[in-house]
Design a protein around this ligand. Sequence first.
Ligand SMILES: *Cc1c(COP(=O)(O)O)cnc(C)c1O
Length: 360
Amino acid sequence: MQPRDLSDLSPYVPGRGAEEVARELGLDPDDLTKLSSNENPHGPSPAAVEAIRAAAPTVNVYPKASHTDLGEAVADRWGVTPERVWIAPGADGAIDYLSRACLDPGDRMLVPDPGFSYYPMSARYHHGEVTTYELSKADDFAQTPATVLDAYDGERMVYLTTPHNPTGAEFSREAIVEVTESVDEHTLVVVDEAYGAYTRAPSSVALTDEHDNLAVLRTFSKAYGLAGLRVGYTVVPEAWAAAYARVNTPFAANELACRAALAALDDDDHLERTVETARWARAHLRENLDAPTWESGGNFVLAEVGDAAAVAEATKRRGVIVRDCSSFGLPDCVRVSCGTRESTPRAVETINDVLEEVRV
Ligand SMILES: *Cc1c(COP(=O)(O)O)cnc(C)c1O
């Protein structure tokens, strides 16, 4: 007995975890600086930690009220009705909900290359096909309407990532409107704002009021520091609201995740501090790394270092974990997440030392 033919599906390649690397190198995880997964270097909001503690004794009960409360709180934040907020186990979960709601077998999804690998994975899980639009390094990975529309051929879904992972490039609001208005009526444009907190550009959530073919993804994993809990959401147009009940996995966003997210939403100080540090760190990275880098709207910077696998391996041995971008199709680039005001300069020194040695 075997599973069905899974040869078209590819495994997700995550950034290396500190625990993993520590075990491999025989080090204490506390001696490692993990700048490979765009996590919040300040940790979760203390209010979220408290909410998790407070909710722990009642995890024998299915998460119902907390899920409703979170949907309402998020809706309130954006000025939309709660039905338009699809809470999910991470933005990844929301990507699956949109795939389920959109894709018939054989339908196509247009995604960026390089880009976030879960979009095509989700398309394939839902028996869809994948096409790509190229973001060109020679063009500094520019994200314009033409970048997308030149490749567009009636796909059922189109993903726009802004700020983009791993390049940091952004779409302007005008570009998003142009793409949304240029595609066919049956095409859902999904704007992935996983890094939306870090940019100064306005969110596209407001555009979902007027465009019934536009959805926006947000997550509690990055700026809110709750990656380990798996909670995110998509805001959909009114016309899509009712589909949620038919596509969501029951209780997939768990009680602790919902309670922590509710608390985190209210902790403006933690969010502000997080964003301020990230903006400082990305400027620091760009100014001080001895390698070409690209402007970034996110909490990370892409750097061209030559042999990325070798550089990432060498920095790791010195306690700094960065993301080798080979799996994104960029074997000469590493992505360095923004750390704290203390860890970022130390990481830069380590990376620069390695670059000097590798180049000799
Ligand atoms: C991290 C990330 C997500 C998904 O985050 P979740 O942890 O599943 O909420 C989605 N899109 C991009 C571009 C990301 O980098």
